[in-house]
Write a protein that binds this ligand. Structure first.
Ligand SMILES: Cc1cc2nc3c(=O)[nH]c(=O)nc-3n(C[C@H](O)[C@H](O)[C@H](O)COP(=O)(O)O)c2cc1C
Length: 180
């Protein structure tokens, strides 16, 4: 399975978690290609056609980002708005992503306990990710269970290294195993 990781971290240099996770993927470079949006598009002018052609080459697309204000960082939002275009990803003739697998991978400052009814953040991550989920299904993609690494800001380097292994395993897991 060929996997494309769309990485969107506004300050990857200052990152601990997302940087560790991307480093953990380097040994799978045969099957996993990392596409760093903030590095590729410092002026935020996205080459839409190039991005669309890239998506076509992969079976599974992972959207990896730090959770910012209960959502994704803005360049990824812009990327979705432009790349998931009418007539290409949805609407008449918009059939290019049919059957393609999509998976969100995110890191949070909040603890897992905070992300539930009655917890500090009141809602689960799955609830916060609904707009992304529906964007994918609206574009005929298959939305897979997300990978979430909680409370990364207080995690030790050792824990982050373990989480990086869990991340690589999650995104390489075949659909039937992930969903059952
Ligand atoms: C602008 C901003 C908004 C954030 N919003 C949230 C949030 O809504 N929920 C949360 O749990 N953490 C939030 N955080 C914490 C980040 O998720 C956390 O810093 C990030 O996952 C750490 O990953 P990194 O080490 O790769 O930078 C926010 C951080 C920043 C800078």
């Amino acid at each position: 399975m060929k996997i494309l990781v769309i990485a969107a971290h506004p300050q990857l240099n200052a990152s601990r978690a997302n940087k560790a996770f991307l480093k953990g993927l380097s040994k799978y470079s045969q099957d996993i290609h990392v596409h760093d949006l903030y590095q590729l598009y410092p002026n935020w002018i996205i080459d839409v056609e190039k991005e669309q052609q890239l998506l076509l080459q992969y079976d599974r697309i992972v959207l990896q980002f730090p959770f910012y204000w209960y959502s994704c960082p803005p360049l990824l939002k812009k990327w979705l708005e432009e790349v998931m275009a009418h007539g290409w990803a949805y609407g008449p003739g918009g059939d290019q992503l049919i059957g393609k697998e999509f998976l969100v991978a995110t890191t949070t400052g909040g603890t897992e306990k905070a992300y539930r009814s009655g917890g500090d953040n009141q809602f689960t991550i799955s609830e916060f990710l609904r707009p992304l989920e529906r964007t994918i299904t609206r574009c005929n993609g298959t939305y897979l269970p997300a990978f979430v690494s909680y409370a990364v800001m207080t995690a030790t380097d050792e824990t982050l290294a373990e989480e990086a292994i869990r991340y690589a395993e999650h995104i390489r897991t075949p659909l039937p195993v992930l969903v059952h």
